[in-house]
Write a protein that binds this ligand. Structure first.
Ligand SMILES: [Zn+2]
Length: 409
């Protein structure tokens, strides 16, 4: 069956009668994301809401005031997924979410144009394509696509858009000799009875069940945004068409404005300034490490000079790094003290590194209790525990435990 949306892709409102309404729990798939659904599937005499197919996502819309959250083609029928049932025989006004549909039409017709130029002029056939919520891509049967090809293809496609080449739909039967000329890419098996061929001027003929623009000028422009390795031996060439170009450009401008505000300099200087900042940060970190190691030595000396000599050391400094703690331990080695040092992970304040070291009897008495309190991961090896702490909020409990243990000795 050829649906009303396939006869006229620009119909935004239509009236039709409900012929079937059945409960369903088939999930809703939105740009590849599956969500559970429980409701009804409504079949109408005809529909302007496009059921997903040929790489084009389903439409959204309304049947009177009932929202349609998904449309799927099953054989000859288009099933409209709704939360509430609609009685058979009801005549409903169909309305379409036109912004979404027109976006899909721009991306889909843009894909036909792009695939035609890549195949005919650069011998790069399209093996599949994807229309996502933000980006689209064509999967090309090649491990690499050169920047020269990308540039030339974008220029050629945009020239054809400027030339306002008409896009027409031809209908024919499965045994029609015209069919040999047209490609069958992305055509669902159940679309075979009456076949639609999308013709872009004399440039391309392609069998397709999707909805398309009627003139390339409606695409406004196409922007190729980069090639990435795809499945084995394939390349995904990403693209944006029409309103998506404007939308993405606005997002980029907003981001650039935010960065300009942060760097307090014009966009042409951003790269240079960020490189400078990164270099300065590297130097600052290196200096900090040197200072921290000096501080570790100072801390160790201070403890060594303390009278009477402490039996234990507990250290948890905010600025401490694992290197700092190791340096303190090294400075105190051979002093016969029980040492427990912790440091925070910079981006996960609850987590960190701990070191426990000292006379065997104290490590045996306290080690397991401390690591249990801190949800530590690691093991004692040669009288030393060095590992991760999963919960540093228990540090005070550990301090109390150690203090009580040594007070009671
Ligand atoms: Zn198509």
């Amino acid at each position: 069956m050829v649906f009303k949306c396939q006869e006229d892709s620009f119909l935004k409102e239509f009236t039709s009668k409900v012929v079937k309404c059945e409960p369903t729990n088939e999930p809703v798939v939105e740009y590849g994301k599956t969500s559970p659904f429980e409701g009804f599937q409504v079949t109408l005499e005809n529909t302007i809401l496009f059921p997903a197919g040929g790489g084009q996502p389903h439409d959204l819309g309304w049947l009177n005031s009932t929202e349609v959250v998904q449309v799927l083609r099953k054989g000859d029928e288009a099933l409209h997924f709704t939360k509430d049932p609609i009685a058979v025989g009801t005549v409903v006004d169909q309305k379409i979410n036109w912004e979404r549909r027109f976006d899909h039409m721009q991306q889909h017709s843009g894909q036909h144009l792009l695939s035609a130029i890549l195949e005919k002029e650069h011998n790069l056939p399209t093996t599949s394509w994807w229309l996502g919520s933000d980006e689209c891509y064509v999967e090309l049967d090649s491990v690499k696509v050169s920047n020269d090809v990308i540039k030339a293809t974008e220029k050629r496609c945009n020239q054809l858009i400027t030339d306002a080449v008409p896009v027409n739909v031809k209908f024919c039967k499965a045994n029609d000799p015209d069919l040999n000329e047209a490609h069958t890419r992305g055509l669902p098996k159940d679309c075979m009875e009456t076949i639609r061929i999308i013709c872009i001027g004399t440039i391309d003929e392609n069998m397709c069940c999707g909805t398309h623009v009627s003139n390339l000028s409606q695409l406004q422009m196409i922007k190729l945004i980069g090639a990435e390795p795809g499945k084995k031996g394939k390349t995904n060439l990403k693209f944006l068409v029409g309103n998506r170009v404007t939308k993405t450009f606005q997002q980029m401008l907003d981001r650039e404005k935010a960065v300009t505000g942060l760097l307090k300099n014009e966009p042409s200087k951003h790269e240079e300034l960020i490189q400078k900042l990164q270099k300065n940060l590297k130097v600052a970190n290196k200096n900090l490490q040197t200072v921290l190691l000096d501080l570790a030595q100072y801390e160790a000396d201070k403890i060594k000079r303390t009278q009477p000599k402490p039996k234990y050391v507990i250290m948890f400094k905010k600025e401490a790094t694992p290197e700092f703690n190791r340096a303190v331990i090294k400075g105190l080695e051979g002093e016969g003290m029980f040492m427990f040092l912790a440091s925070e992970e910079p981006d996960k304040p609850k987590e960190g590194q701990i070191i426990i070291q000292g006379p065997e009897e104290h490590c045996n008495a306290l080690g397991d209790k401390i690591t249990e309190l801190l949800k530590g991961k690691g093991a004692f090896k040669n009288g030393k525990f060095q590992g991760k702490a999963g919960d540093l909020t228990a540090m005070n409990k550990c301090k109390k435990l150690i203090e009580e243990y040594f007070n009671n000795l």
